[in-house]
Ligand binder design. Structure first.
Ligand code: MLT
Length: 406
């Protein structure tokens, strides 16, 4: 019996577990101290009425023999896939079909599971800083090589540095990357990519036969009409890109779990359809997202659902504006948070990002996310999430300003 030795190479614990551990330790030492979380990007507003009503109706159906449902289609129910095609793609003039859509329990699972389709020898490129799931899942699959604790990097990964100088937008590397993870609006920096910047990546991928793994979990926060919501707005991308979408941040499904992956029919390599491969994988390893949850997700696309989720997103966008302003008033240099729910700030006086995390927890009782947790280029930064409780965000910003001596 041998274990998957790649797990033994993994450094520490998952970023958000480590943060939760530190916050729990602090809370138990300081009972009664109110802690405000602007750390993990977890929503605080409840599901909207259109969604809960649709789910309640679906629960009732499940209790009646005539409308009860057992196993659903592994790819998701047609009612939801059709609604997605119409609202998320046809409305943008994109020719994605229902057969290209795979409903799941969230973008995190899909981003992690997609590595099943690819050989262990592929070279993987990730941004630095990056959502840790992309790195960790490749490390677990043995594709990342060895971890160097000095540099905080894996030997086989290609790191695309996203720094102030390039506006936190990665440019294609000189060498060939087979798989490239891109996330826009970006987690953690809150920056967005223009059509031209994304077109550069599509050209690179088409030239090298690479595949772009495009995480669009935060697209609902885009209000600027010039910023693309989907990689499929870029011509040619149907031959080189897989897109991940989520209802978590769009409609408050972090605890309810629903997302979807798009693999266009045109995406083929070595005579194989990646859509057919993913279908084979999902049919074998996944038994579909709960019917009740899919009915809730479908309701997001009704006129009432759209109006209600837009109102919630507006509240989070207002949080983002307050956080940006609060950090600027505290004398910090701030990025992101305009068409995105994350605000990325330089640490005060060149402090390390974990020291900043500890200082703000201790002195302000506010949970943040240290930039270094997202990769070495995140050192010197920290991230605030706009998904915090809107009643508490102003207070959190006052406390941060006081903690930083303003
Ligand atoms: C984050 O805080 O980066 C997100 O909540 C992570 C996630 O969506 O899994």
């Amino acid at each position: 019996m041998k274990l998957n030795e790649n797990y033994a190479k993994m450094p520490g614990s998952y970023l958000f577990s480590e943060i939760a551990r530190r916050v729990a330790a602090f809370s138990s030492e300081h009972m009664g101290r109110e802690i405000i979380s602007l750390g993990i990007g977890d929503v605080t507003l409840p599901l909207v009425p259109a969604v809960t009503e649709a789910m309640a109706k679906a629960v009732a159906e499940m209790g009646v023999a005539a409308t009860f449902r057992g196993y659903g289609p592994e790819q998701g129910y047609a009612f939801l896939r059709d609604a997605i095609v119409e609202h998320d793609f046809a409305s943008l003039g994109i020719g994605i079909t229902a057969a290209d859509i795979f409903i799941s329990d969230g973008a995190k699972s899909d981003c992690g599971n997609i590595v099943d389709l690819f050989d262990a020898d592929n070279r993987v490129a990730v941004c630095d800083p990056v959502y840790p799931v992309y790195v960790d899942t490749n490390a677990m699959a043995g594709r990342a090589g060895e971890y160097d604790s000095e540099t905080g990097r894996w030997s086989n990964l290609i790191y695309l540095s996203c720094v102030k100088e390039n506006g936190f937008i990665p440019t294609p590397p000189k060498e060939k990357a087979d798989l490239i993870y891109l996330c826009f609006p970006n987690n953690p920096t809150g920056t967005t990519a223009t059509r031209e910047q994304l077109a550069e990546w599509v050209d690179y991928a088409l030239y090298h036969d690479s595949i772009l793994l495009f995480d669009a979990a935060y697209e609902a926060f885009i209000t600027d009409p010039n910023i693309p919501h989907s990689i499929y707005e870029i011509p040619g991308s149907e031959h080189c890109a897989i897109e991940f979408r989520s209802f978590s941040k769009t409609a408050g499904f972090t605890g309810t779990r629903c997302g979807y992956t798009v693999i266009p029919a045109a995406l083929e390599r070595h005579g194989q359809s990646l859509r057919a491969m993913w279908n084979r994988r999902q049919c074998t390893k996944f038994n579909g997202t709960a019917y009740v949850v899919q009915r809730g997700a479908e309701a997001v696309y009704t006129p009432e659902g759209q109006a209600q989720i837009r109102a919630n997103i507006e509240i989070y966008r207002n949080n983002a504006a307050l956080i940006r302003q609060g950090l600027e008033d505290a004398g910090l240099t701030v990025f992101g948070g305009r068409n995105a729910p994350y605000i990325w700030a330089e640490t005060p006086n060149g402090m390390s990002s974990w020291d900043t995390f500890d200082l703000l927890l201790r002195e302000a009782g506010v949970v943040t996310t240290p930039g270094a947790g997202f990769g070495p280029c995140g050192e010197g930064y920290f991230r605030l999430s706009a998904f915090g409780d809107p009643q508490k965000v102003p207070q959190a910003m006052t406390r941060i300003r006081i903690a930083l001596g303003r």
